[in-house]
Each structure stands twice: as structure tokens, then as C-alpha cells.
Ligand binder design. Structure first.
Ligand SMILES: [Zn+2]
Length: 309
């Protein structure tokens, strides 16, 4: 009998677990709240979730893949760059292995997204994909020849903290300490803040900015147009380095109406193709929304052990 894959997506507000068959069918899914700011309680919650999944599906779990909003240093084994900052500096793989008695693989959540989408999602059949999360934070994940490009130092795909070209200095630094990170311009909160600076209006989220734009508010239209141009510029850098076969967008901001269609047009001038620098340069990279939406991360986490089970 085919063994099921167990995956966990450790987010800032919730921890989601899935039992996934290699053919992509989900046996079971369950989510619990993340114990905010508490590392020990987070470990306990993951352990309890694994036990719950195992009991509910009636199958033994020997290995678990875990996606996190950060990365594990291959040199030290410690988590870093997590915006769930209580994970940083901790040996999450080692501590979890000791606590739950299973083999653990940890990878970045955007890498898990990319893996999920190339296996059986919107990038199925491609040999390479670059996937981005545009949400509260911004992240990127790269899969080439069906393998996550984790990198020599675990930094592969860390697109959220690549500096965005052509931007003027900001007084506010990113949480990582840098000033021009993509995340500072492409996250949901950054779009809301940009609209607030221009209009003096306080709106709760990107959807509210989009609603104002739909109603004809010129400042909202301008903020979203600028966001689209910035996203194209930030992705152009990736295209000119790795030239992925497909680009995948996920996260709340990716649901903006027209984003994919506009991006397909706006990306052209940033691609270094021989026919010139216009949008009609003969290079068309399919840009798609994640087929599995918010569930793609946990499905990709389960697939971190696919080569073994
Ligand atoms: Zn940053």
C-alpha cells in the first residue's frame, strides 16, 4: 500500500497539517492556532497535531515535512529570517525530532509552495518554477528539475529581501534591517501604507484599496498601478537569472483582479531578450495563480519526503 505523506505548515497565526497521498488526494487536514511568541508551546502544538493526524487517518507517521516562514541554516541547523521571530536562533528540526520521535525535514514555506505547484498544481509538467507569496510578508521559492533550490547556505529563493531597483530611500527599515527589500513594496501592509501616505485614508487591507480603485479613486488606482510595475521589476530580476518556465503567484495580494493579466504585459520590458526591450520580445513566461491556493504550502511540505517514502 502506498504510504501517505505528512506535512505541516507552520504559520504566524495557524499551524496546518495534512495527510497527503502521493497522487495528490488529501486524506485529512487539520489546523490549530499558533502559540504566538512561545517556542516550547509551538513545538508541543506541532507534536499534538502530528499525533492527531496519525490517529485520525489510522496510518503510522515516520517522517514529517515542515514549511516555515524562514529558513534553516545548513551550517548551524538554526532557524533564521523567520518573521515568526520566536523561531529564530532555534534548532527546530533537532528539537522537534527529539520531541516527536519522527524524522523531520524543514524548508521555507515559499519553497514548499513551488514544490507543490510543480508536482500537481498550476506549474505541473514544467521543469522549473519560481513561486512567490504576496501576503503579510513576501517570499519566493525556486524549483528546478523537480528539486527545491535550497542553496549552499539555505538562502535559495529569498526574493522577499532582494533590494528593489529604482526606489528612493525610505526612513523605515524592513524588519530584517535593510531598506529596499521587495517585501517593503510588495506586501499587503506596504500597499495599504502607501495608499495611506498618499490619501490620508486608513483602510484595513488591500481589498479595501482595490475597492476604492474600482470606485474610481485616482490615488488608489495609482497605488495599485505602481505596485504592479514594482512587481514586474522585481520578477524581471529573477527571469534574467534563472529564466523559470512558469511563475506562480500566491498569497492574499495575488487575488487582486487583473494582476496576472497586467503582470504578463508589464514583465516584458524587464526581460533581457534579443528582440529589444519592449513587451513584444518573443519571451512569454506563463504567470499563474497557485492552483492549491493557501493549501499549497502544506501540500508541498508533505512532499518534502516524497523522494524517500
Ligand atoms: Zn528585508
Amino acid at each position: 500500500m502506498t504510504s501517505p505523506l505528512f506535512g505541516i505548515d507552520l504559520g504566524g497565526t495557524k499551524i496546518e497539517g495534512v495527510v497527503l497521498m502521493p497522487d495528490g488526494s488529501e486524506v485529512l487536514r487539520h489546523r490549530v492556532a499558533t502559540p504566538f511568541g512561545n517556542y516550547e508551546a509551538t513545538l508541543q502544538a506541532i507534536g499534538a497535531l502530528i499525533n492527531h493526524l496519525e490517529q485520525q487517518c489510522g496510518r503510522a507517521c515516520q517522517r514529517v515535512g515542515i514549511g516555515i516562514p524562514g529558513s534553516v541554516s545548513p551550517q548551524t541547523g538554526l532557524v533564521r529570517n523567520a518573521n515568526s521571530t520566536w523561531l529564530n536562533g532555534r534548532n527546530l528540526p533537532g528539537d522537534l525530532t527529539r520531541l516527536v520521535g519522527r524524522e523531520i525535514r524543514v524548508n521555507n514555506d515559499a519553497n514548499c509552495l513551488a514544490l507543490s505547484e510543480i508536482r500537481d498544481g498550476a506549474a505541473r509538467g514544467a521543469t522549473s518554477v519560481f513561486a512567490v507569496i504576496l501576503g503579510t510578508g513576501v517570499g519566493g521559492g525556486l524549483v528546478i528539475d523537480n528539486k527545491i533550490v535550497t542553496g549552499a547556505h539555505g538562502l535559495g529563493g529569498e526574493w522577499g529581501h532582494v533590494p528593489l531597483a529604482h526606489e528612493t530611500p525610505r526612513e523605515t527599515a524592513c524588519y530584517c534591517g535593510r531598506y529596499y527589500c521587495n517585501e517593503m513594496f510588495l506586501s499587503g501592509p506596504s500597499i495599504v501604507a502607501a495608499y495611506g501616505r498618499k490619501s490620508g485614508k486608513k483602510v484595513p487591507n488591500v481589498q479595501a484599496v482595490a475597492k476604492d480603485a474600482d470606485a474610481g479613486e485616482p490615488l488608489a488606482i495609482d497605488v495599485l498601478a505602481t505596485f504592479g510595475q514594482r512587481l514586474a521589476r522585481a520578477l524581471g530580476v529573477i527571469v534574467n537569472i534563472v529564466d523559470p518556465e512558469v511563475i506562480i503567484l500566491a498569497g492574499g495580494v495575488s487575488n487582486l483582479d487583473g494582476l496576472v493579466e497586467n503582470l504578463a504585459h508589464d514583465l516584458g520590458p524587464h526581460i533581457f531578450a534579443s528582440a529589444g526591450d519592449g513587451p513584444d520580445n518573443g519571451v512569454e513566461i506563463p504567470i499563474k495563480r497557485a492552483q492549491w491556493g493557501d493549501s499549497s504550502g502544506v501540500r508541498g511540505a508533505a512532499r518534502l519526503w516524497e523522494d524517500v517514502t
